[in-house]
Design a protein around this ligand. Structure first.
Ligand SMILES: [Zn+2]
Length: 265
């Protein structure tokens, strides 16, 4: 059995048996881990009120080779992201993010890949806890989360033949995004393909900017009307294709931070 001592964000926590908890953790060194915290609901010494969702923790535990579950022995609170807990839009957006990370984070990653995904998680929770979330931030953070999870959509060139839309094409020109291939497709390549989502070039460029800037800059970005609705639909279809089911947090998120604009093309 090998020791684990690193940081983690708690993605999900469920009661188990009389006094235990099973927790899903995104760790800085080992990627996603499922762990059992024995006696967690009794021991305030080892787990002083720490096993709540969103919490950033310093953890100690053990990994058994080839076992699917780790043992969490201690957890100390590093950051509770308090700003997420008293405002419905922040809470809903953070819940959506951690649920997506829980569903799509690969198990068994390590090293720089684990560290990068952990850093994205910390930075995005910190951002959501500080700003006033709007629908643009919702859409762009969903995009960045997919990118951090290794599912970066190809927005600049045809994902099948590599053709790049000419620079003089009007921003209102509609191109097709192929959900299964995860990128735009040119007109000849789009023939006979199913699962296409139409999107204007101008909207694609705004999404591409959202992929490349800092997370902090997303708080300043604005997508409105048709562009917002198109971007939201593309992200929704792409996310659902990879997650496969409706996330538990999705309905509440749509209630408090709606992205569907009336009359959107
Ligand atoms: Zn093509």
């Amino acid at each position: 059995m090998s020791g684990v001592r690193c940081e983690a964000v708690l993605l999900r926590s469920v009661e188990y048996g009389e006094s235990d908890r099973i927790v899903h953790l995104l760790t800085s060194d080992h990627g996603r881990l499922t762990a059992i915290a024995k006696g967690a609901r009794r021991s305030h010494r080892r787990f002083p009120g720490t096993l709540d969702v969103f919490n950033r923790l310093a953890i100690e535990g053990r990994l058994k080779p080839r076992a699917s579950m780790a043992f969490l022995e201690q957890a100390r609170l590093v950051d509770a992201f308090l700003g997420l807990r008293d405002e419905p839009r922040r809470y809903a957006l953070a819940s959506f993010l951690v649920e997506m990370l829980d569903r799509l984070s690969p198990e068994g990653v390590a090293g720089s890949e684990a560290a990068r995904l952990f850093r994205f998680t910390i930075e995005s929770l910190d951002l959501v806890a500080r700003v006033r979330p709007d629908a643009t931030l919702r859409v762009l953070l969903e995009l960045r989360a997919l990118d951090a999870l290794g599912l970066r959509p190809e927005l600049g060139r045809c994902v099948r033949c590599g053709r790049v839309p000419a620079p003089d094409v009007a921003p209102g020109h509609v191109v097709q995004f192929h959900v299964a291939d995860g990128g735009i497709v040119c007109t000849p390549c789009a023939l006979r393909l199913d699962g296409l989502v139409p999107i204007e070039l101008g909207t694609l460029r705004r999404l591409a900017q959202g992929l490349d800037g800092t997370l902090e800059a997303l708080g300043e970005a604005r997508l409105e009307g048709r562009a917002l609705a198109q971007a939201a639909r593309l992200l929704f279809r792409f996310q659902r294709f990879h997650v496969g089911v409706e996330l538990r947090s999705e309905r509440f998120l749509e209630e408090v931070l709606p992205v569907s604009a009336p009359g959107a093309a």
